[in-house]
Design a protein around this ligand. Sequence first.
Ligand SMILES: [Mg+2]
Ligand SMILES: [Zn+2]
Length: 179
Amino acid sequence: MAGLVFRGCPGTTLPGYGRAVAPAIVWDRDETLNYDPGYISSWSDFQWRRGALDALAKAERMGFRNLVATNQSGIEKGMLTEAELVEISERMMAAAPIVAISYCVHEEGQGCPARKPMPGMVEALDAVVGIDRPQSAMIGDRLTDVECGEAAGLVSCRCEPGESLVEALNRALSQIGTF
Ligand SMILES: [Mg+2]
Ligand SMILES: [Zn+2]
């Protein structure tokens, strides 16, 4: 089945999917799975971070679904279109074992409950695919990712600049206790 990409913001009709609760790694996108040169509006600007593809493959091999929760306020600001974001997301899912990508288009201060550090995108991902929260983790580069993960009841780990993403995954797995 092709991966899913959808807005996690309230008022969105969530896509249909055979929801089944399973362990997941919920990844941040920018500066976590890929380097962030600013607002990425085309696939040619997208560059996987060191270790990202290995980390995604390892997580899948260990029985986790890879999910992505990404703040994309560039859409609201007019820096990229939603169609561009969807295309980039589809290319990510064609290149790596990612099951679903959820995004929030809103800016800080607009009060969207899907925008990290709020847990709304994890709630939306859970509603669509099913997340076994005590057996799952959130990994991201910012404190807001960690806050989102904790608010959603996931083990939450910050990846450090310069470290391979596999190292961050291993840290998260050791905290879940399934490593
Ligand atoms: Mg980030
Ligand atoms: Zn939103």
